[in-house]
Design a protein around this ligand. Structure first.
Ligand code: FE
Ligand code: FE
Ligand code: ZN
Ligand code: FE
Length: 217
């Protein structure tokens, strides 16, 4: 007697309505990111960003005196000198930021700043000492540096604000303004004199074989 016809059990009619009701009444479960967790993630991003720019500023404070020595014009030398001083103050300001956030001030290598300062070094080795072309190249390289800093501080100040760290936001905002000022100063130097002088240098090289410069009028 081996005849057991499998009979479909049509019995259990799942109570779908009950299940739906249950799901609706248990909301807070399985939320992968509660507001608190989300804030701690943001805070981690923020602190990592601080460590990155801390390294970047320290690295830059060593690079700027070298750029100053390499520059040709007094105007650009002075701009680098001034920004070196400002950079020292920015490092102190970052120390204050770390303190207010309650985190130990630690520098974490910023690959971007490392690369940007190497590009500046390359400009020095690829140009002649005492030329305005070198200055034009140094301005180009250092404006890339300033723009990196502007992006970093702009983003960090915004994050500080989101995290409710108003004092920290203001400190970062001060540095942000200084970076913007440095960038404008460099643009102004390039536009008012150095790029023009550098162009003349090119002309002088080309005209070497020909006669001296003639007045086209
Ligand atoms: Fe800076
Ligand atoms: Fe970085
Ligand atoms: Zn800067
Ligand atoms: Fe700067």
């Amino acid at each position: 007697m081996a005849k057991a016809t499998a009979k479909k059990a049509a019995a259990s009619e799942a109570p779908k309505k009950a299940a739906a009701k249950k799901a609706a009444s248990s909301p807070k479960k399985a939320a992968a990111s509660t507001p608190a967790e989300q804030e701690s993630l943001l805070k981690k991003l923020f602190v990592d960003g601080l460590k990155d720019i801390y390294w970047a500023e320290k690295h830059l404070s060593k690079a700027l005196p070298k750029l100053m020595k390499a520059a040709t014009s007094d105007e650009l030398k002075q701009a680098f000198q001034e920004h070196a001083t400002v950079t020292e103050q920015q490092i102190v300001r970052l120390d204050q930021v770390f303190e207010k956030v309650g985190v130990k001030a630690v520098a974490k290598k910023c690959e971007a700043m490392d690369g940007l300062t190497r590009e500046a070094d390359n400009i020095v080795s690829e140009t002649q000492k005492g030329t305005m072309s070198r200055d034009a190249g140094l301005i180009l390289a250092s404006q890339k540096i300033e723009h990196y800093e502007i992006a970093s501080y702009g983003g960090l100040a915004q994050l500080a604000s989101t995290l409710g760290l108003e004092e920290v936001k203001n400190l970062l905002g001060q540095t942000l303004q200084e970076e913007k000022d440095a960038d404008s100063k460099l643009s102004q130097i390039a536009e008012s004199s150095i790029n023009i002088e550098a162009k003349k240098e090119e002309g002088e090289v080309e005209k070497d074989e020909e006669s001296e410069e003639s007045d086209p009028a």
